[in-house]
Design a protein around this ligand. Structure first.
Ligand code: F0G
Length: 364
């Protein structure tokens, strides 16, 4: 191969979700400037260990492979493209961390000022690092995510800023629904069951919208049952009431008053599904299982769908031989502190190879 052959562009390379699924986003027109980081097209991988455990065919949709490490990029490409089209000079969002990182990245790409409102001291380190490095202004509020969302809504009502939370911005949902399209495009039809974590409930709302749109258009013959899971200490949709002081190790879904409650309940009821709770112990165990047995490193909130499926299976409520997709929503590097068990220490030895071998019990 000579040098000129080596630089031939690959014309069919993936160019992001708007390029791939524009037909399903009527708000995006030829006048919309596309702001993209080539998000989407994430791996859908067969989970052999989970399949063996449950007697089902389990697949993982690995959303941590998105450019900023979570599914949030799917909606953000559409929301920021439309905000730029509208001449917006400032993006605002409330966030537990991943929406911040994504808004900050797309804001940087678009050259637009980005402000994120986050609960003080409650955002995982990796997410904060991303948000700061992308150049967003971080405002920490002494309160919960729910307080941040209220303030963000009030700011947007009174000032010329674009609010890019999915609860208030339908473009986010238009982008996030593409996860269902990708799954059907790969599997050839919708699965029997789809499991995912639920926090502010935008993602479950968008997922259901995506499956519904594909079924209506004849791209899928059916829609899956949707099983959403919340952390037990932050489970307003399970309890049927707001949780004033939500608590869970899964900081991404530490939310007591989900803005898209109605969308979540519609997805549950129309699909014949359920929304239930899992404990922090079950969440952390699912994180470990995913890393050690599937080779997939996720942050705690991202393992909630796996924890839920395992809990339901243990209770005898998962019929055999189902085809199941689980969204694992964000990368483990987001929250490194949650992944190192208390008291963990590595082996330490001198630089003598014999010492290393002894430490590894290769010799005595
Ligand atoms: N998983 C991760 C990794 C998340 O960051 C979130 C939400 C969810 C699941 C739940 O999705 O809110 O649409 O039900 N994170 C938001 C944020 C709240 O600000 O980053 P949801």
């Amino acid at each position: 191969m000579n040098a000129s052959e080596a630089v031939q562009p690959v014309v069919h390379a993936w160019q992001g979700l708007i390029n791939a699924y524009r037909a399903w986003m009527p708000a995006v027109t030829s006048r919309t400037p596309v702001v993209t980081l080539h998000e989407g097209n994430t791996p859908l991988i067969r989970a052999t260990h989970l399949s063996g455990l449950t007697g089902c065919e389990v697949w993982l949709k690995v959303e941590g492979a998105n450019p900023t490490g979570s599914f949030k990029d799917r909606g953000m490409t559409v929301a920021v493209s439309k905000a730029v089209e509208a001449g917006t000079e400032m993006l605002v969002c409330a966030s537990t961390g991943n929406t911040s990182a994504s808004a900050a990245a797309f804001g940087a790409r678009a050259g637009v000022r980005t402000v994120v409102l986050v609960p003080k001291g409650a955002v995982a380190l990796g997410k904060l690092a991303q948000t700061v490095q992308y150049g967003a202004e971080v405002v920490e509020l002494t309160g919960t995510f729910d307080d941040c969302l209220r303030v963000a809504r009030e700011l947007a009502a009174e000032h010329p800023v674009a609010l890019v939370n999915s609860a208030t911005n339908d473009h986010r949902l238009a982008g996030q629904q593409t996860v269902a399209f990708e799954i059907v495009d790969v599997l050839g039809d919708a699965p029997d069951l789809h499991c995912l974590p639920v926090g502010n409930a935008g993602n479950i709302t968008a997922l259901w919208r995506g499956y519904t749109a594909y079924e209506k258009a004849g791209r899928a013959s059916r829609r899956p049952r949707i099983w959403g899971f919340q952390a037990a200490g932050a489970a307003p949709l399970v309890l049927g009431r707001t949780v004033e002081a939500p608590q869970t190790v899964a900081s991404a879904i530490r939310i007591g008053n989900p803005a898209s409650r109605d969308g979540a309940l519609a997805a549950r009821d129309e699909s014949g599904g359920q929304i239930s709770a899992v404990s922090d112990e079950q969440i952390l165990a699912a994180c470990r299982l995913l890393a050690r047995h599937e080779g997939v490193f996720v942050e705690p909130a991202s393992a909630v769908g796996v924890a839920g499926l395992l809990a339901e299976h243990a209770a005898g409520r998962v019929p055999a031989a189902q085809r199941i997709v689980i969204t694992v929503t964000g990368n483990g590097l987001k929250d490194p502190q949650a992944s190192i068990p208390e008291g963990y220490h590595s082996l330490e030895t001198s630089t003598a190879t014999s010492d290393v071998a002894r430490a590894l019990h290769l010799t005595s």
